[in-house]
Write a protein of this length. Structure first.
Lengths: 266, 284
């Protein structure tokens, strides 16, 4: 039987995995900085061995430690893959009037060609990008967004940005829910029966969403004021203990990466 | 006589479009009272709540909290001591985790972190939601959201708690949970204002009933006085509580002696029937 289409976007899915992750209890600051350091190392070394080790290690952390099913991990990883592959194609192929390079094939007036060096660049680049992405993915698939915001707050990101992020994160789900409900209500009354009707239904839902957002904004403001809100979003958060063992392991991993990077310099 | 917490005098409030929402409302609320606020949709209940919480500023009229007249300067004191649990929990939850939401009020009170921590843990335990303190609100069910919104008010330790139609959209299990919470809060002497359309709930829970109609309080008295007054019920479009109606019918048909006991729950009714078994036996 065909699975019923999930009508939330991939973003909602990632959000859910972060809450379900078994390494959620790791200190958020640790996870964010670990993944950023790994990413910087990948980019700085530009070394296929380092990149491969990172890809494998990050997948291990997310899938084995975090208990995310492999299929779901690949699905999330597939989102940026299309973009990466398309840009790599543009890098490894060039165009010339004469047949040249290692491989070439004619197109119209000239030839698409590629050389060993170009293929190598392409491969290294792909590995590097995937390594950097999997490092970030490790973070996003194991750290709830509210905790990422709290790390940013500790890193002294401007208050305005932090408050906006907090609010957007909360309300995006409310907006999604309201719009899904309206869409279902429209569907149940044949609001999407043909293209023309769909267009006008889409317009009405959009207009209604705006009105509802305004009304909800008022209601929220009342609820906040009644709890003594006076202009500053103050949220209570609890720090998770930093596991010393974990930091040692992370440091060891980074040292190993640097050693690999130095010994296999290409 | 218990001390008056809140004294409302000649409150008048109109919306921006000129629609009068509250007209000359005066009421005294005393310590430890359990008040049900009734009235049809748009009769001014919610506007009244937001006024006595200092969120809306009344056009005319005075609000006195504990012998201090409420002005712009001491509004915060009013908001701190009177908490509102809003009707729609989704319209109240602003934070992105349960813990942050419950801590929102205490944080705004600028309490020391240790105190915030204690209050949050206490409220979470009180509402039995400690297990999902790290969860974001969009992964909670309706009943759980309600509990979170109540916990977030309890964490501020207000003297008086206002529940705006708390039983709306709750399943029977969660409605029972809510009544347990109401009973628990009542036992420790918290003053509670509760608006509801459920006459049965108002009849069995409240000690005092306020009836709103078209922006005015048309009746203020004990549940018995209010619900036996046909005129008020008609004016406010209220129904008679089922227990009261059944009791009156039985008395009218002379199946029960008019002992003026007025049972409010089925258990009390059952006991009453047991006590009057002879009277019922006469029928046979």
């Amino acid at each position: 039987m065909k699975r019923i289409k999930h009508n939330h976007g991939e973003g909602v899915r990632i959000d859910y995995y972060a809450y379900a992750s078994h390494i959620k209890h790791w200190n958020a600051t640790f996870k964010v900085f670990f993944s950023l350091v790994i990413m910087v190392i990948c980019i700085a070394f530009n070394n296929p061995y380092v990149s491969t080790v990172v890809i494998v290690a990050m997948a291990y952390i997310t899938i084995v430690k975090g208990q995310l099913p492999l299929s779901e991990y690949l699905r999330v990883l597939a989102i940026p893959t299309t973009f990466i592959l398309l840009s790599v194609v543009a890098i490894i192929f060039d165009f010339s009037k004469e047949p040249m390079g290692l491989y070439h094939f004619p197109v119209g007036l000239g030839y698409f060609y590629t050389s060993k060096a170009m293929l190598k660049t392409g491969l290294y680049l792909t590995l590097k990008v995937f390594a950097a992405i999997s490092a970030l993915q490790m973070m996003t698939l194991s750290t709830p967004f509210s905790e990422i915001i709290s790390v940013m707050r500790k890193a002294h990101v401007p208050k305005l940005v932090i408050e906006l992020m907090n609010m957007i994160y909360r309300y995006i789900f409310i907006l999604l829910e309201v719009s899904t409900k309206m869409k279902n209500a429209a569907d149940s009354r044949l609001g999407n029966c043909d293209f023309k009707t769909s267009c006008s239904t889409f317009g009405s839902i959009g207009a209604n969403l705006l009105v509802i957002s305004m009304r909800k904004a008022n209601a929220y403001y009342d609820a906040m004021e009644s709890r003594c809100y006076d202009g500053d979003f103050l949220f209570y958060e609890e720090d998770r203990a930093v596991d010393k063992n974990l930091i040692m392991k992370a440091a060891l991993f980074i040292v190993i990466l640097i050693i690999i990077g130095c010994y296999t310099r290409l | 006589m218990k001390k008056t917490i809140l004294k409302v005098e000649n409150l008048h409030y109109a919306y921006w479009n000129g629609k009068v929402a509250l007209n000359d409302v005066s009421v005294d609320i005393r310590e430890g009272e359990k008040i049900a606020v009734m009235g049809s949709n748009g009769s001014g209940k919610s506007t009244f709540f937001l006024n006595i919480n200092g969120v809306f500023a009344p056009e005319r009229g005075k609000i006195t909290y504990r012998e201090t007249l409420v002005t712009k300067k001491n509004l915060k004191e009013l908001r701190k001591n009177i908490g509102i649990v809003f009707q729609d929990a989704d319209n109240q939850i602003v934070a992105s985790t349960v813990r942050a939401e419950v801590g929102f009020g205490p944080m705004n009170l600028k309490l020391p972190m240790q105190e915030v921590h204690e209050r949050v843990e206490e409220s979470l335990a009180y509402m039995n939601i400690t297990d999902f303190k790290d969860r974001p609100p969009h992964y909670l069910s309706g009943g759980e959201k309600k509990r979170v919104s109540i916990a977030s008010i309890l964490a501020m330790r207000p003297e008086m708690i206002i529940f705006d139609e708390p039983t709306a959209a709750l399943d029977p299990l969660n409605a029972t949970m809510l009544e347990d919470v109401l009973a628990k809060l009542g036992n420790v002497g918290k003053t509670i204002l509760l608006s509801t359309h459920d006459v049965d709930l108002a009849y069995r829970w409240a000690e005092r009933v306020l009836v709103f109609s078209a922006g005015e309080i048309i009746a203020d008295g004990t549940p018995l006085d209010i619900f036996r007054d046909q005129q008020i019920l008609e004016k406010a479009n209220l129904k008679k509580p089922m227990m009261l109606e059944v009791y009156e019918m039985l008395v009218k048909k002379k199946l029960l002696e008019d002992s003026a006991e007025y049972p409010k729950t089925t258990q009390a009714f059952n006991k009453l029937l047991d006590d009057h078994v002879v009277f019922l036996g006469d029928l046979a």
